[in-house]
Design a protein around this ligand. Structure first.
Ligand code: UD1
Length: 443
């Protein structure tokens, strides 16, 4: 398994370019299953989850051409299988996004039921209840969810109220409803920018979706959808991660190709703690840090437009470097503090009490061997490593490869000392051994 080797303590300075949003690209790729015509998607990030989603589409019979690295031309004219198998769903939960489009277009779909993951149980009961409201029968068969449209093969429009905000649940039902007979109203829908981006694609395919980006989405079903061309929005979590990277290293970064308005809650919170963030224009932010040091501030993760759970781990890394005590409350996932114990190995003072992490700053961080447990946790450990004195080795960086495009290259371009230790290199390293020794072997 690849590792990162980081020599910390150097401010990041320069320009960094943000990639397309993984969490928007994944549902947009699934949406291509709604039509036999070609859907062309630009600004697809080059990350592991996208490769997994492409494999899923190809496995079930779609063709995916890549005339350029970040452009996908997807044609789902000959679908042979109507399922997402366990091997794919277990590596990437977003494979369940195939369910809505397959059910809507073909009247049947089978998707392996995702199990728990490192950050919690993460059920899909709300997706399934929604499909039932649209007239589908849903049953569990050998660990798979098997869904069928009512007689005649077409879902029926319905009013669906979500008990809890779910991002992929909203996306799955929005896609399913595009081809349903009649009108569907989704209430309590997620408002994330990725939902609005997906709706924009669906509408350019001929769907009639209104209100995406608000809690009430209305979808008038149509008979068929056609091809379209669409550019994926920039990744707001990658944007946020680089803003924190500038702040935690006391650096100065120009972050380009982003949509600052999608990071409103994060930017407001970081300004409160003392980070200087200037919106240069609609697609650039300039971050400089921090003439008067960093102050601790509490934060609560909540659905968009509030502070995102996907930035909680990175914010925790930052709070270890802020003056005073902060309480970080995680309300979306029940087990999303795995990074805290790894940061403690680097000298952070963090106490977990139920849904709250209490961080005491300023804690001088020192390099250590740590292990990534999930995608955003890995990003937070990279940030901690960049701020730490000495050398950090982060194990299991395949987690970060799921969602950050070439993060080590982007960081190196702005002055970070970070190297990927390839599997073949790390395999030859013997334990026990000091971190210094490992670095020498890699160099
Ligand atoms: C999406 C994002 C992920 C982000 C999360 C929350 C993608 C591919 N992933 O994940 O990066 O961290 O939103 O912003 O877009 N829940 C249920 N029943 C359901 C569905 C969800 O109880 O049927 C619960 C979940 O366990 C969780 C909460 O609702 O506690 C929110 O989950 P959800 O918004 O569905 O997360 P994802 O869409 O999986």
């Amino acid at each position: 398994m690849d590792k990162f080797h980081i020599k910390g303590g150097r401010p990041l300075e320069g320009r960094v370019q943000i990639s397309g949003a993984k969490n928007s690209a994944l549902p947009c790729m699934a949406a291509a299953l709604l039509t036999p015509e070609t859907v062309i998607l630009h600004n697809i990030p080059y990350v592991r989850d996208i490769i997994t989603q492409r494999r899923l589409l190809e496995d079930i019979g779609a063709t995916v051409l890549m005339p350029e690295l970040r452009t996908h031309k997807i044609t789902a004219s000959h679908i042979e299988l109507f399922e997402a198998p366990y091997e794919l769903v277990k590596t990437m939960r977003a494979s369940v996004l195939a369910l809505g489009p397959l059910l809507a277009r073909f009247g049947k779909a089978r998707v392996s039921l995702p199990g728990g993951c490192a950050i919690g149980t993460r059920p899909i009961d709300l997706h399934l209840a929604g499909f039932q409201h649209l007239g589908a029968t849903v049953r569990l068969e050998s660990g798979d969810v098997v869904a069928r449209a009512p007689r005649g093969g077409r879902l029926r429009g319905a009013e669906i109220k979500f008990d809890k905000v779910t991002v992929t649940g909203t996306e799955n039902l929005m896609m399913a409803a595009t081809l349903a007979k009649g009108t569907t109203v989704l209430r309590g829908a997620a408002c994330e920018p990725e939902i609005a981006d997906l709706a924009e694609l669906l509408n350019s395919m001929g769907a009639r979706v209104r209100g995406a980006g608000t809690p009430t989405i209305t979808i008038e079903g149509v008979e068929a959808l056609g091809g379209a061309e669409h550019t994926i929005i920039p990744d707001r979590i990658e944007t946020g991660t680089f803003i924190v990277a500038a702040a935690i290293t006391r650096g100065d970064l120009e972050i380009k190709g982003c949509h600052p308005e999608h990071s409103g809650a994060l930017i407001a919170k970081l300004r409160e703690v003392g980070v200087e963030i200037v919106e240069v224009n609609q697609s650039t932010v300039h971050v400089s840090c921090c003439p008067n040091g960093l102050r601790s501030r509490d934060v609560v993760t909540e659905p968009y437009p509030n502070f995102p759970t996907d930035m909680q781990a990175q914010y925790m890394a930052l709070m270890t470097q802020a003056e005073g005590r902060s309480v970080i409350s995680e309300t979306i996932f029940e087990n999303r503090f795995m990074h805290a114990s790894e940061m403690q190995r680097m000298g952070a003072r963090i106490q977990i009490e139920g849904h709250n992490a209490i961080v005491e700053g300023i804690s001088p961080l020192t390099g250590a061997r740590v292990q990534a447990s999930d995608l955003r946790a890995s990003a937070s450990l990279v940030l901690a490593g960049l701020a730490a004195q000495g050398e950090t080795i982060i194990d299991r960086v395949y987690h970060i490869d799921r969602g950050y495009e070439k993060i080590e290259d982007k960081l190196k371009q702005v002055g970070a000392r970070i190297e990927r230790l390839r599997d073949s290199v790390t395999a030859s390293l013997q334990m026990p051994r000091g971190v210094e020794g490992m670095a020498a072997e890699v160099a």
